[in-house]
Design a protein around this ligand. Structure first.
Ligand code: HEC
Length: 82
């Protein structure tokens, strides 16, 4: 689980409210885990096209994306994001 938290922290580099990139990606906390996971898989397989997320999602295994989705979904506010 610690690994998943570290991986989710990378996501917050762009998706977090304070460090968000100029692209202003959507905030991820409070989205249900299944919804996040499904989106990540569709990015990974290329069914959903984004500017960056396809490349990012390809860098993780299905199992890792599942774990990351679980961590992000269990985060209730941006400030408590790992
Ligand atoms: C370099 C910045 C960056 C990083 C790092 C990043 N994202 Fe994203 N993310 C984006 C952008 C920009 C979008 C909007 C879609 C696009 O252009 O690819 C997005 C879209 C998404 C979406 C769709 C959100 C929605 O509500 O439609 C999900 C889910 C997502 N990212 C998850 C993640 C996860 C999980 C990680 C960490 C493994 C991550 N992102 C890391 C920039 C980033």
């Amino acid at each position: 689980m610690e690994d998943a938290k570290a991986m989710a922290a990378v996501c917050n580099g762009c998706h977090g409210p304070l460090l968000s990139s100029p692209l202003s990606p959507p905030l991820l906390h409070n989205q249900p885990a299944d919804q996040l996971f499904t989106k990540l898989i569709t990015y990974k397989t290329g069914q959903l096209e984004g500017t960056l997320m396809n490349r990012i999602a390809k860098g993780y295994s299905k199992e890792q994306l599942r774990a990351i989705a679980n961590v992000l979904a269990s985060t209730t506010s941006p400030s408590s994001t790992p």
